[in-house]
Design a protein around this ligand. Structure first.
Ligand code: FES
Length: 137
């Protein structure tokens, strides 16, 4: 694996000692703009927004649906469970509390996507347990 040479998204991050994990290639995000990957046993969702790659917890803080199976619309991730909208840059849901964990991402000149295994911002549970539009899992 080559050394990362370009950072596409690393909100507030400087982790020179992190053990970056090679999780995917840019071409893997070209069509659907989203992909679930595994980093140290954690399912993480990658999203391509405005040519930048963002990584957040794949498991929704609300009722654990997979955000990578959701919809990416106008730079927001819409969860397939109950349509909460998340900002993939910050992991924060719109009009809800709690937060998806976010992870630092680097993309090499060759297009390899690397993710740091430790979150930049931690997962914060929501206090909203409601399910207004139940959807089977
Ligand atoms: S499971 Fe994601 S919004 Fe309910």
């Amino acid at each position: 694996m080559s050394e990362p040479t370009a950072t596409t998204s690393a909100p507030g991050v400087d982790q020179p000692d992190a053990s970056w994990v090679h999780v995917a290639e840019m071409k893997d995000l070209a069509r659907r703009k989203r992909k679930q990957v595994d980093v140290a046993g954690c399912p993480i969702a990658l999203f391509l927004v405005d040519d930048e790659v963002f990584a957040i917890d794949d498991i929704c803080i609300h009722q654990e649906r997979s955000l990578s199976k959701g919809t990416l619309l106008n730079g927001q991730v819409i969860c397939p469970g109950h349509q909460w909208k998340f900002d993939p840059r910050t992991g924060q849901p719109e009009d809800q509390d709690g937060c998806q964990a976010t992870y630092a991402v680097q993309v090499t000149e060759e297009g390899a996507i690397l993710v740091a295994p430790e979150p930049v911002t931690p997962r914060q549970a929501t206090t909203n347990e409601s399910s207004t539009h139940p959807v089977g899992r």
